[in-house]
Ligand binder design. Structure first.
Ligand SMILES: Nc1ncnc2c1ncn2[C@@H]1O[C@H](COP(=O)(O)OP(=O)(O)OP(=O)(O)O)[C@@H](O)[C@H]1O
Length: 255
């Protein structure tokens, strides 16, 4: 088993996944650099969610390897993988899944309390993240009293509150209107850059992908070439954490 390059926080080699016999990923390899915002783009059903689930240790590939900080994830025992996900990773789903019995701030505080923080210590941190996402006024409301867009912002705050090493965001702005989408994405990318959080962002929306440092494109479960437009800098490996790379446009060609 060859070890991954040192500067990749996540590294996957030749992932093969079939769902009920149908291929969802076929030989996908990629590296994710520490602190970068990587978009995984492609049309619906091309395997973006499956790839994020493999990288985050939720799903074991039938073949292939996944490494996090030079530690193999694909050979970890289930409990160790679960701890890794709880302690180092954040996840945002296209639909917000909040605990209905808890208020907005308690939902946001959950990851901190699961890691051992007291209710008292977790509360101000959770409130701060709700403020950053412009929903401080909703802190005491329960999910049923919130609009869908507010619930998604709570889910984003919950994913960021513990400043994970890697945040996996699966179409995080799917339920939002255009204006809301831009604000939430800006908050997410700014927070990630300022806290050094690596982001893997699945999206079929080119505008969303353009906020990333780099884009990896999938088509029918395979990686396809990404062509960077002139003036977009070094297409091979942009420096993570620079705003210079923001807004980079990319289109993909099937190989
Ligand atoms: N649990 C499952 N059981 C059966 N097939 C599945 C399952 N999950 C995904 N698939 C299939 O695998 C393929 C890849 O799905 P995946 O959700 O990874 O793609 P995606 O690019 O994230 O799509 P979307 O943008 O619609 O979420 C699709 O054909 C999908 O129908």
């Amino acid at each position: 088993m060859a070890a991954p390059p040192d500067n990749d926080v996540l590294w996957a080699r030749a992932l093969h996944v079939k769902h009920n016999g149908s291929p969802a990923l076929t030989g996908v390899s990629l590296g994710v650099r520490e602190g970068e915002i990587l978009a995984v783009s492609g049309p619906r059903g091309c395997g973006k969610t499956t790839l994020l689930r493999c990288l985050s240790g939720q799903l074991l590939p039938q073949q292939g390897e996944v490494w996090f900080n030079s530690t193999p994830v694909h050979t970890m025992r289930p409990l160790v993988r679960e701890r890794l996900r709880r302690d180092r990773f954040g996840w945002i789903d296209p639909e917000p899944h909040l605990v209905p019995e808890l208020t907005a701030w308690e939902n946001v505080a959950l990851p901190l309390m699961l890691r051992g923080a007291s209710h008292r210590a977790a509360k101000p941190v959770a409130l701060e993240w709700l403020e950053r996402l412009d929903i401080g006024a909703c802190a005491r409301k329960r999910p049923h009293a919130l609009l869908q867009a507010e619930r998604q912002r709570v889910a984003v705050a919950r994913a960021l509150v513990s400043t994970p090493s890697v945040l996996f965001a699966d179409e995080p702005t799917a339920p939002l209107h255009r204006a809301d989408r831009a604000h939430v994405l800006r908050t997410l990318t700014t927070a990630a850059r300022s806290h050094g959080i690596t982001v893997v962002l699945a999206t079929h929306d080119a505008e969303v992908a353009a906020l990333a440092d780099r884009t990896v494109s999938l088509l029918d479960g395979r990686r396809v070439n990404t062509v960077h437009l002139p003036g977009s800098g070094d297409p091979a490996r942009p420096k993570a954490g620079t705003t210079e790379a923001e807004g980079r446009a990319a289109c993909s060609l099937s190989v």
